[in-house]
Design a protein around this ligand. Structure first.
Ligand code: AMP
Length: 592
């Protein structure tokens, strides 16, 4: 197909904002495309040369480079071209005018084909290394000299990334259905194939060459991201259970980044929720996927979360975001290690699992994953009781998660690619609060350390004081904030308080590895105080079967040796802090 045919359609598209008209213009253009060029036509119309997630280089012409190319191709000089730019405010129109007034060469004759243009763009994209800017400019000049001024307008807009025709993915799917099946009703079939592959060019080519039946059989394709399924939201466990028909599988909703991992033998690709190719940012995840996914080929999904390297406790989302970078990747990997919690299995060794129900996908996931502490299935419970959900929710929050996602386990609980579906319902907190003051906590137990902390403690079990009962009640496990020296000192410091079993004045549901006589007081700050079924401070005070806990606790560095354990923060104080948090939130909500 001639590039001029495409350009003619672009002009017509620009002249309308009506979706139906756009669809007709596109359908008309697609009918005229050669079958083996159809994918190129689609990508070019989207202003690109391939889907964004391929990891392949983009055309990458900066505006300055484009101006240089136009100046040289037209012989007008940079000043003149810049003046045209200022006059028109559009680099495409400026380029077109410049070519009309050119002082060099003959006018291009409109003989360029779509493939000519596409292939030149592709070569421009692939130029790299020393002198590549000049080579890109030369290739672009070559293209300009063969194009008509109108074609130059669109070529320029495409290379600088401002070809905005306003056609969405769904309009393209409609147009494809009309052009190749004569009926917009087949759109759903095309849409499913698109949801499975995120590649409109691929869908178009398969449809044009192999027909609708081929798309009806569409399966996930390794290396092409599946558009991700998302959750709806409700505010109470009761509502969620009702919506899911009385029973559901609740999973921790981790506060990290969604990963869709494609394993193709030894090759791993990782896609983000927005379908960016983030493989190169996470060499550690690549390595884990290679080692611990036992299938030869698979597509799995999970959430990556930043963890404390010593205690393996989860860290807040902002910490993980440090990993989102192009440079100093190895250094950040050491500094901010991650764990992966898997929750989906969409494809295994040739088999499409997207149409299988939840339980089966989960079973397959379990089969193909060799679990380690840093690469494992997300915690889940299947239940029909709202009270179970409540407890599990509080546990999730205390451990650093955002809440729960409760998933349907019904026969029709398939993976709805690209949909925000009621098969998944999230339960998040209605508020988010802030802990402003540190507290003084009594060390009542400890957990063995691993890795760098082997031989010392991984975390301490910390408690507040209850003067009414004269006992110590746990509020958190604290493993962050200790320096290497602190860690070395701790076992020695605690030796004299060490005992074989829990101290009678300690009230704990958590089983520590080592128990202490309550003596040492340390200062701890956290992000907030939350309800928790695992800690005993203020148990049954705010809510039945729940206590209060400190979320994301950190040692401030202050050993309160001036304080006796009975001088530590009390249960009543923690309750007050929790309530004042709630008041602040209510106040803020009112102000808004
Ligand atoms: P939201 O962004 O609030 O709509 O929640 C959906 C996001 O939660 C997903 O895109 C995932 O990144 C994340 N997530 C965390 N844990 C899970 C889980 N167990 N199942 C599904 N998504 C999860």
């Amino acid at each position: 197909m001639l590039y001029s045919t495409l350009v003619e359609a672009y002009q017509r598209l620009e002249a309308t904002t009506k979706r139906l008209e756009m669809t007709d213009i596109l359908a008309d253009m697609l009918r005229r495309a050669d079958l083996d060029e159809i994918d190129k036509v689609i990508y070019l119309t989207q202003g690109k040369i391939h889907p964004d997630w391929t990891g392949e280089p983009e055309i990458g012409i900066a505006e300055k480079m484009a101006i240089e190319s136009i100046a040289r191709a037209s012989g007008l000089g940079r000043d003149e071209v810049e003046r045209l730019m200022a006059e028109t405010g559009d680099i495409g129109i400026a380029a077109e005018r410049a070519m009309e007034r050119r002082r060099l060469g003959k006018l291009g004759g409109g003989q360029l084909t779509v493939s000519d243009v596409y292939n030149t763009f592709d070569r421009i994209a692939k130029e790299s290394g020393k002198g590549s800017s000049e080579r890109k400019i030369e290739r672009l000049i070559g293209l300009f000299s063969e194009a008509s001024p109108l074609e130059v307008r669109y070529i320029t807009r495409t290379v600088v990334g401002t070809l905005r025709l306003g056609v969405g993915d769904m309009t393209i799917l409609d147009a494809l259905a009309i052009a190749y099946t004569d009926s917009a009703e087949n759109r759903d079939i095309l849409e499913r194939a698109y949801n499975l592959t995120s590649d409109l060019g691929y869908v178009a080519k398969t449809l044009a060459r192999e027909g609708l039946e081929a798309l009806e059989r569409a399966k996930p394709v390794l290396g092409k991201p599946i558009r991700m399924m998302l959750a709806q939201r409700l505010s109470t466990p009761q509502e969620i259970l009702e919506k899911l028909g009385g029973v559901g599988s609740a999973e921790y909703k981790l506060d990290g980044e969604r990963f869709q991992i494609h394993k193709m033998g030894n090759e791993i690709q990782i896609f983000s929720r927005r379908l960016e190719n983030i493989t190169s940012m996470y060499p550690d995840a690549v390595e884990m996927a290679r080692r611990y996914i036992k299938a030869k080929e698979a597509i799995v999904e999970g959430e990556a979360v930043a963890i404390d390297p010593e205690t393996e406790e989860m860290r807040p989302f902002q910490v993980l975001m440090q990993r989102r970078r192009k440079y100093r990747i190895e250094e950040m990997m050491e500094k901010f290690p991650i764990a992966l919690f898997l929750f989906e299995c969409l494809y295994v060794d040739g088999e499409d699992l997207t149409l299988k129900p939840y339980r089966e996908r989960r079973r397959r996931l379990k089969e193909i994953i060799e679990e380690t502490s840093r690469f494992r299935l997300v915690r889940s419970i299947e239940t029909s009781e709202a009270s179970d959900l409540e407890r599990f929710f509080e546990e999730a929050i205390t451990e650093g998660c955002e809440g729960l996602i409760v998933k349907s386990t019904a026969d029709d609980s398939l993976y709805r690619a690209g949909a925000r579906s009621w098969m998944w319902v999230k339960l998040k907190r209605s508020y988010q609060s802030k802990m402003v003051e540190p507290v003084d906590l009594v060390v009542v137990g400890a957990f063995h350390g691993r890795g760098k902390r082997a031989g010392s403690y991984g975390a301490l079990l910390a408690a507040v004081y209850d003067p009414n009962e004269d006992v110590f009640k746990t509020v958190c496990k604290v493993g962050s904030g200790f320096t290497d020296e602190d860690l070395e000192r701790l076992p020695k410091m605690m030796e004299e308080y060490r005992r074989g079993e829990k101290h009678p004045r300690v009230d704990s549901l958590v089983e520590a590895d080592i128990w202490f006589t309550p003596s040492l007081v340390i200062e701890v700050i956290g992000d907030e105080i939350t309800l928790s079924p695992v800690h005993t401070a203020a148990f049954n005070t705010i809510r039945v079967n729940s206590g209060l806990a400190i979320r994301f606790p950190r040692f401030t560095g202050r050993w309160r040796s001036d304080k006796a354990p009975e001088d530590a923060t009390t249960v009543a104080e923690i309750v007050d802090m929790y309530k004042s948090q709630l008041k602040t939130i209510a106040g803020e909500a009112e102000e808004r």
